[in-house]
Design a binder for this molecule. Structure first.
Ligand code: PLP
Length: 450
């Protein structure tokens, strides 16, 4: 099975390293990895066999400023020579506080002024759940169909994008209820269904859930991604988010907005929730925060965080000094390098390149915000034989086949874990030329496969 080309000594080394990795890295990672990544620069990754790949994955929306952004790497290197590990229960370190100073003006609402930094997105979700339960004194958490919040135990209980993630790991955290997300699939409706219809369907079902299963007096929080990520790259309609806010206000439920994937300019605003003007009670961030250094954050308002029992939040590596220094440089680059302007200009071009594909019957939908964009393919095996989107004549596994073909043509492109969706998440500072190059590769791959 391991038959990579062996035309040069370099590719022989590459092939044997791939084989070594396949043998010794846990099978739990799922994918059959066939590449050794040697270095990254901007929108490109260089592989061990010398191939230079255009990267439209950004390590799953992490390296938003491209790989090894010089100022971020320099800030991290400098911090390494000063202080690597502080521990904020012993003393705040400079980069921790500087980072809060940088983030305060970026917040989607001025009430979000209390920060706790952790390492990964899942840990931020765990912290948000603990915060919501302990401050409200209520137990239940409502998550949404299609949600992805991570793979640690609490986060996994809230993750609904693919049931297989939880298989074999039960019992999960109790007290979790699921409401629908306004994605046409969840109602077996066509992609052209108006957002207003999906919004009222979802809000009605949420009201029913609150009456019949998770009584408001027992419900601590509703958690959602403002653009569902792994579940198919679907932006939540602003009216739906406003409806959620109203229900939460009426019932004293906290609204947790998970911006782990959609945050930090990815969608053409600092945070995707800004499209609705809705105020989160708790917001989780990670990925783009430190451009590749492991760092996440739980952000809330003072009165919520003051309600926490002292010592109830903690972690040895939480808010690492090098990661915080990288995040400060990342925030500075967002501001000083016209990143938001680039996201919005490139986004228009991206939709322009993809638009002609709409006439292809194998393509069900093209959607997204900023540089968080999805193309959804038809599938022969939709949920049931009654599903109007089930197309027995559609070729199987189109998304992963197209992504694989793109890889053969020199570009990394990811699918989502649910449905037949490929997701575009190029670097936010991707050049006009590289964006066009990536779109040309994609269109060619679609032409060849579909
Ligand atoms: N929340 C969202 C929206 C995510 O997309 C992810 C990861 O993809 C997570 C949480 C979990 O983050 P991590 O993989 O860093 O634990």
């Amino acid at each position: 099975a391991r038959t990579l080309s062996t035309t040069s000594p370099r590719s022989q080394t590459h092939a044997s390293l791939v084989e070594f990795g396949q043998r010794h890295v846990t099978k739990g990672i799922g994918r059959q990895v066939e590449a050794i990544i040697e270095k990254g620069e901007g929108s490109y990754l260089t592989l061990g066999d010398g191939r230079k790949m255009l990267d439209f994955t950004c390590g799953i929306a992490v390296t938003n400023l491209g790989h090894c952004h010089p100022k971020v790497s320099a800030a991290a290197a400098e911090q390494c020579m000063k202080l690597v590990h502080g521990q904020c229960s012993i003393g705040f370190h400079g980069p921790y506080l500087e980072l809060i100073q940088r983030l305060l003006p970026m917040m989607p609402h001025p009430s979000l002024d209390s920060f706790y930094f952790w390492n990964s997105g899942s840990e931020a979700i765990e912290g948000a759940i603990k915060m919501a339960r302990s401050v409200s004194g209520r137990q239940n958490i409502i998550t949404l169909q299609g949600a992805y919040h991570g793979r640690t135990y609490g986060a996994l209980a809230l993750t609904k994008s693919k049931t297989v993630y939880a298989e074999g790991f039960h019992p999960l955290m109790p007290g979790v209820f699921t409401a629908p997300f306004p994605y046409w699939h969840h109602f077996s409706l066509p992609p052209t269904t108006p957002a207003s219809e999906l919004t009222s369907l979802c809000l009605n079902q949420l009201e029913l859930l609150l009456q019949q299963q998770s009584a408001p007096k027992d419900t601590a929080a509703i958690i959602l991604e403002p653009v569902i990520g792994e579940g198919g790259y679907v932006p939540a309609p602003p009216e739906y988010l406003k409806g959620l806010r109203e229900i939460c206000d009426r019932e004293g439920i906290l609204l947790i907005v998970d911006e782990v994937q959609s945050g930090f300019l990815r969608t053409g605003k600092n945070f995707a929730i800004e499209y609705s003007g809705v105020r989160p009670d708790i917001m989780t961030v990670a990925k783009g925060l430190a451009n590749g250094f492991p760092l996440s954050g739980i952000i809330t308002r003072r009165e919520i965080s003051d309600g926490l029992r002292p010592g109830s939040m903690g972690g040895t590596y939480a808010g690492n000094a090098v990661a915080c220094a990288a995040a400060v440089a990342t925030a500075d680059a967002f501001k000083n390098e016209n990143i938001l302007e680039n996201v919005n200009a490139r986004s228009k071009e991206l939709f322009g390149y993809l638009e002609p594909l709409r006439s292809n019957p194998a393509i069900l939908d093209i959607r997204g915000l900023g540089l968080m964009v999805a193309v959804e393919f038809a599938s022969p095996t939709r949920t049931s034989v009654h599903d109007p989107l089930r197309n027995p004549h559609a070729p199987a596994k189109l998304a992963s086949r197209v992504a694989k073909r793109c890889q053969e043509k020199g570009m990394f492109l990811l699918t989502t874990s649910a449905y037949e969706v490929v997701r575009f998440m190029p670097a936010l500072n991707v050049s006009k030329e590289d964006l066009k190059k990536g779109c040309d590769i994609f269109v060619e791959a679609v032409d060849e496969i579909v």
